[in-house]
Each structure stands twice: as structure tokens, then as C-alpha cells.
Write a protein that binds this ligand. Structure first.
Ligand SMILES: Nc1ncnc2c1ncn2[C@@H]1O[C@H](COP(=O)(O)OP(=O)(O)O)[C@@H](O)[C@H]1O
Ligand SMILES: [Mg+2]
Length: 460
């Protein structure tokens, strides 16, 4: 580059530029350099670099040589001597633009940069970076806070949902209990009403039977006296005596009255059981004989235990131990006995009705016949210690498979046909035994092995 070309170029560039030869001659400059030095451009003409800077001539030469022998840009530091006597430290970037040749010296372009400005820019930049970093930090913190708030919110929502679900479950439970309580109370009222209605006519039949028997005996005695004193019985009377088979009548009539008495007594017992079972009058804790409750329940279920149609008789085997009276809600406990015994009867009938045995356990056809012929429910009571008694109700019916077993006590769980099962029996029983009486209820069963329900209740 000739000094002229340089001047062309330097005019359009705003940076301070110097064209020097490797021996330190200033060949050309531009206006920014003059401004930096506080001189006019004409005043720079013919100057050497040594005159313009504070560094020693040796240092300057060494720097210029370094520039001319390197292909890359060489960075150096030059302290400008300004016209007003002050100095200005500059950073210099030197690049050889025409290398040394035997004919001419190397030409070097120096680009100056005010160091204080640069460093102040640097400070500014640093500040800017600091600010940015702080901003980033702040945003990060805000993001973290937001994330945390979000997580807390999610946890709170989850907690609320769980609480709501619990409340819902409780409500559903209360609802089913209410429905059941309502059903039982109306059933109880109905049973008590019917029992009362039957009780009156049965009482006067039973009461009058005694007189009817006595009167008929008196009349028969009268006939006998007649026979004794009037040996000449008219033919018509003799005929009638034969017709009615008087001797048999005399024998049979007392038997007849006897069985009528047994019949009315049985009705009275059933009525009493119905009253006891519904126990409308006993909503409070009472000390009762558990066996009476079981017997009352069996009495009410008698019609399902007897053989009828295709169903064989179900034998009830009672193995009662000596038990103290138990403090409990008797009406509720009777309901539990009822639910479990009815399930046992259902399980025994299921074998007969659907011939389900083969479905449960195809290998036990022999058992099936056996059990069909010998369906039974065993009820066993035991005094465990001074605090606990157990009542176990076992059947040799259908049995329960693993899947059903895990859901037995769930509300509305039933394997029975629509209209036959409600799925509430065991659920309610569980509530009564576990919640109300602080006892335990458990089931032992396997398909084809029958089932056993064991209730454990505290005596007090
Ligand atoms: N003794 C039993 N033998 C076989 N299965 C039984 C027995 N007791 C209960 N189960 C099973 O438990 C289910 C639930 O019984 P439960 O709550 O009384 O309702 P439900 O009798 O209305 O079906 C029954 O549907 C039946 O599958
Ligand atoms: Mg049931």
C-alpha cells in the first residue's frame, strides 16, 4: 500500500490509523490520530514514531520488527505524547502490509486504541454482564419460587382431593347404613306388627283349646254314661255310632287336641322369636344370652332349613359352650347371625339348584352327591378367655374362591342374581361386629370346601 492508497482508506475509517516504515518513519496518518495527539494533520508530516511516543527508540524498533516479521497481528502498547504535554496509553495492533525487500523497507499499519476508553468500555461491559448475571439469577430464583409454589399447590390439591374422597366414602357408608337401618326398622316394625296381630287370635285359640278338650271329654263321658244306662239303644243310634266309629273317635280326639296344643304353642314360640328378633324395644346395650339370639334366628329361618321341593333338609348342628351373658346390641347381633346363616343356606342351595359343584371343582363329583345328601350348618360357640367369646358358623356348601374372598365385606359386592343378592349382608355385619362391637369377623373358605365365618366379640 502506498501512502496515497492508505490515505484513501484511512479517510473512510473512523479508527486511529498510522502507516509507518520499519525504521519508524511516519508515512501517513488519519484525522483520529491527529485528534488523539491534539495536533493538526499537517503537523504530523515528516515525524518519526519515536517523536510521538514515550517508549524508548529501542522498544519501538523491536515492536516494529516484531510486526514486520509476523504474519499475524502483533499487539503492543504505545504511550502517546500529546501536544498538551500529557500522555495517553494506547493499545496498538500492528500488521505488516508490505514486507521487507532489498529495494524497500517493510510497511506497517498500526491501529491505535485508547486503552482507558477500552478498559472503561470493559468496565461498562463488566457491569453490564454483572447486571445480566444478576437478572438471570433473579429470574432463576423467580422460576424456582414458581416451581415450588406449583409443587405446593399440587400437594395441596392432592390433599384436598384425598380429603374429599374420604368424605365421599364416609357419606356413602353413612348412606348405606341409613338405608339399612331404615329397612331394618321398617322390617322390624312390620314383623312386630304381624307378631302382635297373630298373637291375639292364637292366644285365644290356645286358651280355649283347654276348655274345648275338657268339654268334649265331658260330652264323651256323657255318651258313655248313656250307653251304660240305656242298654236298649235304638237302631238309629247304633247305626250312627258305627258310622262315626265312636271308639276310634274317642281314642283320636285327645291326640287331636294334643297336636293342636303343640301347634299353637309352636306359633306362640315363633311369634315370640319374631318379637325378640326385631327387638324394637332394645336399641341400647344389653346383657343377653347369645344362644337365645341364634335360636331365635334359626326359628325364623326354619322354613328354609326344612326339606322342600328339590331341596334336601339342612341339618343344623349346634355345639354350644357354657357362655356368660354378653353386653351387646342384641337386635343388631341377631341381624349378623341372620345374614351369615342366610348366606350359608344360599351356598347350600346353590349346589342343588345350579348343580354348581362341578363348576367349582370338577374333580369332586363324588363329594357333590355326598354333600347334596348331607347339607349342614354347624354353629359353634366358645369362651376364649374372660374377655372374649366366638361364634363360628360353618357350612359345607359352595365355598368361596380367592377372588370373591378379597371382596366379601365390600358394600354391594354380590355373586348372586339380580334381585336375590344385595351385597350388603356381610358389609353390614362387618360394621356391626367391628365398628359397633369392637370385635372381629373373619372368613375361612376354599372352593368346594365349604365356608366358615368366625365372629369374635368382647363380653363387656
Ligand atoms: N357361606 C358362603 N358360602 C359361599 N359364598 C358366600 C358365603 N357367604 C358369603 N358368600 C359370598 O359373599 C357374597 C357377599 O355376601 P353378602 O354381603 O351377604 O351379599 P349377598 O348375600 O346379598 O350376595 C355373596 O354374594 C357370596 O358370593
Ligand atoms: Mg347375604
Amino acid at each position: 500500500m502506498t501512502p496515497e492508497q492508505f490515505l484513501e482508506l484511512a479517510r473512510v475509517l473512523p479508527e486511529p490509523l498510522l502507516l509507518v516504515s520499519s525504521d519508524g518513519q511516519v508515512l501517513a496518518t488519519n484525522q483520529p490520530v491527529a485528534d488523539m495527539l491534539g495536533l493538526r494533520r499537517q503537523e504530523l508530516r515528516g515525524k518519526t514514531l519515536f517523536e510521538l511516543v514515550a517508549e524508548s527508540a529501542n522498544d519501538v524498533i523491536r515492536y516494529l520488527q516484531a510486526c514486520s516479521s509476523s504474519r499475524a497481528m502483533v499487539i503492543g502498547s504505545l504511550t502517546l505524547r500529546k501536544n498538551d504535554g500529557q500522555t495517553l496509553i494506547c493499545r496498538s495492533q500492528g500488521a505488516v502490509i508490505q514486507p521487507w525487500s532489498p529495494e524497500s523497507l517493510a510497511l506497517i499499519l498500526l491501529r491505535l486504541e485508547n486503552r482507558t476508553l477500552a478498559s472503561s468500555n470493559f468496565v461498562l461491559l463488566n457491569e453490564k454482564i454483572d447486571e445480566l448475571a444478576k437478572e438471570v439469577q433473579k429470574r432463576k430464583q423467580a422460576e424456582e419460587a414458581l416451581l415450588k409454589a406449583n409443587q405446593e399447590l399440587e400437594i395441596r390439591v392432592e390433599e384436598r382431593t384425598t380429603a374429599l374422597q374420604e368424605t365421599l366414602n364416609k357419606l356413602q357408608l353413612t348412606q348405606t347404613q341409613l338405608i339399612q337401618a331404615e329397612k331394618m326398622s321398617s322390617l322390624g316394625q312390620m314383623v312386630a306388627g304381624i307378631a302382635h296381630e297373630i298373637n291375639n287370635p292364637v292366644s285365644f285359640i290356645h286358651g280355649n283349646l283347654h276348655y274345648a278338650q275338657k268339654y268334649s271329654q265331658d260330652l264323651l263321658k256323657l255318651v258313655q254314661i248313656y250307653q251304660r244306662f240305656c242298654s236298649n239303644t235304638p237302631l238309629e243310634i247304633q247305626k250312627y255310632v258305627e258310622e262315626i266309629d265312636l271308639d276310634f273317635l274317642i281314642q283320636d280326639i285327645s291326640k287331636l287336641f294334643q297336636s293342636m296344643k303343640v301347634g299353637t304353642e309352636r306359633i306362640q314360640e315363633i311369634v315370640q322369636s319374631l318379637r325378640n328378633f326385631s327387638r324394637l324395644d332394645e336399641a341400647e346395650l344389653k346383657q343377653v344370652n347369645i344362644h337365645e339370639g341364634i335360636d331365635n334366628t334359626l326359628m325364623i329361618l326354619e322354613h328354609r332349613l326344612q326339606s322342600r321341593h328339590e331341596y334336601p333338609e339342612i341339618k343344623v348342628i349346634k355345639k354350644y359352650s357354657q357362655l356368660p351373658n354378653v353386653t351387646c346390641y342384641p337386635g343388631q347381633l341377631n341381624q349378623v347371625f341372620m345374614n351369615i346363616i342366610v348366606n350359608a343356606i344360599d351356598a347350600l342351595e346353590a349346589l342343588v339348584v345350579n348343580d354348581q359343584w362341578s363348576k367349582v371343582n370338577p374333580k369332586t363329583t363324588y363329594n357333590q352327591t355326598l354333600i347334596k345328601n348331607n347339607p349342614q350348618i354347624e354353629i359353634k360357640t366358645e369362651l376364649i378367655d374372660e374377655k372374649w367369646i366366638t361364634v363360628s358358623i360353618a357350612d359345607n356348601g359352595l365355598g368361596i374362591n380367592q377372588e370373591v374372598h378379597s371382596k366379601l365385606f365390600d358394600p354391594f359386592f354380590t355373586t348372586k342374581a339380580v334381585g336375590k343378592g344385595t351385597g350388603l349382608g356381610l358389609f353390614i355385619s362387618y360394621q356391626i361386629i367391628v365398628e359397633t362391637h369392637k370385635g372381629q369377623i373373619s372368613c375361612f373358605s376354599a372352593p368346594g370346601e365349604g365356608s366358615e365365618f368366625v365372629i369374635k366379640i368382647p363380653i363387656y
